[in-house]
Design a protein around this ligand. Structure first.
Ligand code: PMV
Length: 317
């Protein structure tokens, strides 16, 4: 039996991170320049039920039975087996690799989960529809994030730009005219769960101020949707700047993120903001296509660990 491979892209949040946890809309797009890959290989000489999981990026090489239930990869595998009603799968090795930096707002956890689910379900001869994949991935996201909004598993499963509201079915975003982003990585890893739980404590201490910030972010996401759908992406720049300012007020920026945001603006970006949970991880800048290289170079010279140029299109990128 040939090995089965599945891949899943990274993602960035264009508008509305954190506010999306509190019911406001957010916009996210896939980033195919980075991706997670899962390969399932049959092991016909081993007894059925023997599943081995290898994830060299995190130094994991173990059998499924040896992994605890809250280990995200093990939980992913068990979730697929339960969904398919399979108790003794044919013996196999599941190998997971990823070029998506971990804990950096690019959706590495969800991408690994989704690639693994798709490869395993296909290997077992029962590919799962996108809706099931996204729902199952959401359950695993809870292990990584605690209280995720569901935006990561949605945008990564469907691999298209989305306008997302927690608890609602996916809304694909029309992209009237493609536009270019430069993504800059601070190199500082920052677990989303921590940023999300700190925002929650602040919100509990001062609900009205935080609700106003979330409202402002939500209305930016709605305006941005219109601009994207009507083919006027250049008007997104000022909204990105404003969204970054609101995220700073929320307390989730960092000196490294602010430095890269400033550097991008000084190098002619039309707007820039942090993306994802914040405190570290990545920022994004909207650029004219011809300025992309110069903005990427400015980010690198201001301390970015790496810069990715990506074009947002309706069909994903
Ligand atoms: O995975 P990240 O870092 O892009 O964070 C997801 C965005 C948050 O709004 C901060 C959390 C969530 O679950 O939506």
């Amino acid at each position: 039996m040939p090995a089965i491979t599945a891949v899943a892209p990274g993602k960035v949040i264009l508008f509305g991170e954190h506010a999306v946890v509190y019911g406001r809309p957010a916009i996210a797009v896939p980033v195919s320049q980075v991706r997670a890959r899962a390969v399932v290989t049959a092991e016909p000489r081993r007894p059925s039920g023997a599943l081995r999981i290898q994830a060299p990026d995190v130094d994991l090489d173990a059998t499924l039975d040896d992994l605890p239930s809250d280990q995200p990869l093990a939980s992913t595998v068990r979730g697929v087996l339960a969904a398919l009603g399979i108790t003794r799968p044919p013996a196999c090795t599941l190998r997971i690799t990823s070029t998506i930096p971990v804990a950096s707002g690019l959706g590495s956890g969800a991408a690994v989960t989704i690639a693994l689910m798709r490869a395993l379900a296909a290997f077992l001869g029962q590919p799962l529809p996108d809706e099931r994949i996204s729902d199952l991935a959401y359950e695993v996201e809870k292990l990584y994030h605690g209280m995720p909004s569901g935006i990561d598993n949605t945008v990564i499963t469907y691999a298209v730009p989305v306008f997302f509201i927690r608890g609602q079915p996916i809304q694909r975003l029309r992209v009237g005219a493609p536009f270019t982003l430069v993504i800059g990585d601070t190199g500082v890893s920052s677990p989303t769960a921590l940023a999300v739980s700190e925002v929650r404590s602040q919100w509990q201490a001062n609900p009205s101020a935080y609700e106003s910030l979330f409202d402002a972010m939500g209305s930016i996401a709605r305006s941005a949707r219109q601009a994207i759908e009507t083919g006027q992406p250049q008007s997104l720049g000022p909204w990105m700047d404003e969204n970054h300012d609101l995220l700073r007020q929320l307390g989730v920026s960092s000196p490294e993120l602010d430095r890269l945001v400033e550097a991008a603006r000084a190098a002619s970006a039309l707007g820039a903001k942090l993306s994802g949970g914040g405190r570290g991880g990545n920022m994004i800048a909207l650029v004219e296509p011809l300025a992309a290289q110069a903005v990427a170079a400015a980010l690198l010279s201001h301390g970015a660990a790496r810069a990715i140029i990506t074009t947002v299109k309706e069909s994903g990128n």
